[in-house]
Every structure is written in C-alpha cells, then in structure tokens.
Write a protein that binds this ligand. Structure first.
Ligand SMILES: [Zn+2]
Length: 372
C-alpha cells in the first residue's frame, strides 16, 4: 500500500516535469505572489479572535495591554458554582487567566461569608482574548472581569434567564447619583472585599457609586484608592487584575494616584463636561479596526496554537484541578516594537481627555454599554 502510493507520487512528479511549460511557471508565480501577501494581517483581529471557541493550550500568559492584547492558557469559570452563576453564557466570554478565574471563585466565597448571596458573573474574556466583535475596549488579556451589582437570587437562573434577565441600574442617569432605594451596605462590602486582594489593581465603577463610597465609608478608606470612577458600570463593577508571573510581555498599567480619589478628580464627573455627546459618535472604535499587525507579535502564535478537546477540558474547578493539559508554552516570536496603545479614547465623549488630571488617562477605556 505504502509502496503503491510512493510509486504514484513518483509518476505524478514525472508528469509534472514533462508538462512544465512557461504557462505553468507563470501560474506558479502568481500563486507564490498571493501567498507572500500578508492576507492575515489585513483581516480584522476581532473577527479572528471572535471566531475562536476554545483557548490556546499553552502555559498561561497575558500578552500586551488590557486594550491591545491576547492571552494563552485560558481557562473557563464553570457556568455554576456554589456562589456564582455565569450571565449571558452565549457570548462565550467566561474565559480568563487562571489567576483571574481563581480570584473570582475566591471572591464568590468571601463575599458569601460577608452576606452577598452569590455573584452574577458578567463578561471576562474571549477564549484567547483579543478584541471583541461587540462591547468592551479592554478585557483582551484575561485579566478583566465584570461582576454584576445584583446578588444571586435563591433560585438558580435558567439558561434563558441568564441571557435575557435585564440588569438593575443602580445609578440615576440624570443626576449620576446612586438610587438610594437600591443601594445597600452589602454593595459597599462587596467592593471592599474585591479591592482587598493584592492581585486587584483597579475596580471601575460609575462615578455615582464612587461618590456614595466616598460619602459613607468610615474607618479604613485606603481601599478606595483602587475604586475608580468611569462611564457606564452602573449595574456591574469591573475588576482588573495586574500582570501575573509568567507573562513577560504583559504591559502594566499606570499606578493609581495616591489618596482615596474623593477629590476634585471625582467632582469633575459631576460637571457637564464628561457627559457631553461625542463630536464624532460614529467614528470607528480602536478595537473595531485592529488587525493582527496592531497587536503584539506573540498574539499570532496564540491564534495559531492548538485548542483543548472541549471547553470542559479547560474549565477551572476550584484551583485544585485544571483539566486542560499544559504542554510547552506558546513561543512568541522575537520581540518586535510594541504598537502604540490607542485605547478607546476615540469612543468617548469629546471632552474625555480635556483634563489631564482625570483619573483614567493612560489606562484602557471600557466603553459604556447601555442596555446590557
Ligand atoms: Zn468591564
């Protein structure tokens, strides 16, 4: 059998040689030219990463920045845990760096002990991170997670409810102040607990929520430094973890300014300026235009890496066992110059960068997502 195939292959080669004409040579030249074109570089990164249903099997590694990157070795948080439920599961954004997934599970337990029934887990990342087809500017390196500011109810949500249940907005859209009837001390406790972890570098909340904490937190206020006001984030908070060991190409964000942030940088949010309509509301956002050339070089290897056999095989159960085998790390090519970080600034109200002293300059800018 093998010999026969070999013989046929040999005959095929002979035939090729006999029919080698200038015409074929020309055709080969055209094909070679096509292959040399960087077709993949032209494709949008959000389409390439958005199409990946499973993570890159490799040692865990975040590559690039929160708003310009990807990650390998991602694991999924299970749909259900004793103290959490995954929301909007059809989006397939329950993936993160194992440190992030472990931390969400820990937060769910600690918060339950504090009196918060359980977490409704929103978007984390796509299986291999990268820019998304819809939504966030950040969440690209497996180190950002959205947690709803509504606790689990005593009855498990059905898959349909997880897709459809509308979120409760805790902030009045006109005054930008917290709705007093909805705010509870447990909300403050949950945010304090999340901020207590050394891995967590920032927590983004609506300015109204930051103000509420500024006005009411007594005693230890050091943790308020991590709580950063930002657009949106009125039904969920956004927990951001710092670069983890084993990620030499993870780009750190700026250190937050000292102090509790209950100062003029917060007062700015209660002026008209941050809320003026954008001058160019239809201008494409950075994540919508990124190609592979916009991302760090290592992200191509992440895109090309093998997948585990199933999502279940890469689901993280309580830190004790990660089902996915972790063979050799994805080898990113030799370092290339980092692309400029473009953030989502173009998507923000025109005035967003007017005050250099505002807290979020220089960090990735998650877009407000009205209605979800
Ligand atoms: Zn977020």
């Amino acid at each position: 059998m093998i010999r026969l195939e070999f013989a046929e292959g040999y005959r095929f080669m002979q035939m090729l040689q006999r029919s080698w004409t200038p015409l074929m040579a020309a055709a080969f030249a055209v094909l070679a030219g096509l292959a040399a074109q960087p077709a993949a570089a032209e494709e949008l990164a959000k389409d390439l990463f958005g199409a990946k249903k499973l993570p890159a099997v490799a040692a865990p590694q975040s590559i690039g920045f929160y708003s310009t990157g990807c990650f390998a070795g991602g694991v999924a948080i299970p749909m259900d845990g004793p103290y959490w439920e995954v929301m909007r599961p059809s989006r397939n954004r329950r993936w993160g760096h194992p440190a992030m997934i472990g931390l969400i599970e820990k937060l769910s337990r600690d918060a339950a002990a504090d009196g918060w029934r359980g977490l409704l887990v929103g978007d984390i990342s796509q299986p291999r991170g990268g820019p998304m087809l819809t939504g966030h500017a950040s969440h690209q390196i497996g180190l950002d997670a959205d947690i709803w500011l509504t606790p689990m109810s005593d009855k498990r949500l059905s898959p349909n409810q997880r897709e459809k249940m509308s979120a409760t907005l805790l902030v009045d859209e006109k005054t930008h102040l917290v709705k007093e009837a909805l705010w509870t001390p447990q909300h403050a406790l949950l945010l304090k607990r999340a901020a207590s972890y050394k891995e967590v570098e920032r927590i983004l909340v609506n300015p109204g929520i930051k103000k509420k904490l500024c006005d009411t937190v007594k005693g230890d206020r050091a943790w308020l430094r991590k709580i950063r006001p930002f657009w949106g984030h009125d039904y969920h908070f956004h927990m951001r973890v710092g670069c983890q060991p084993g990620s030499p190409d993870c780009k750190r964000q700026e250190v937050t300014a000292p102090g509790d942030g209950c100062d003029q940088s917060l007062a700015w949010w209660f002026t008209d300026e941050p809320w003026r309509p954008a001058k160019n509301p239809d201008k494409p956002k950075a994540r919508e235009m990124m190609t592979m050339a916009s991302l760090p070089r290592g992200c191509q290897a992440v895109l090309d890496a093998p997948a585990p056999s199933s999502a279940e095989a890469a689901t993280y159960y309580g830190g004790a066992s990660i089902a996915a085998s972790a063979p050799a790390a994805v080898q990113p090519p030799v370092a290339a110059p980092e692309p400029a970080i473009t953030d989502g600034a173009g998507a923000l109200p025109a005035s967003a960068n007017a005050f250099a002293a505002t807290p979020e300059i220089g960090i990735p800018l998650p877009r407000p997502r009205p209605g979800n």
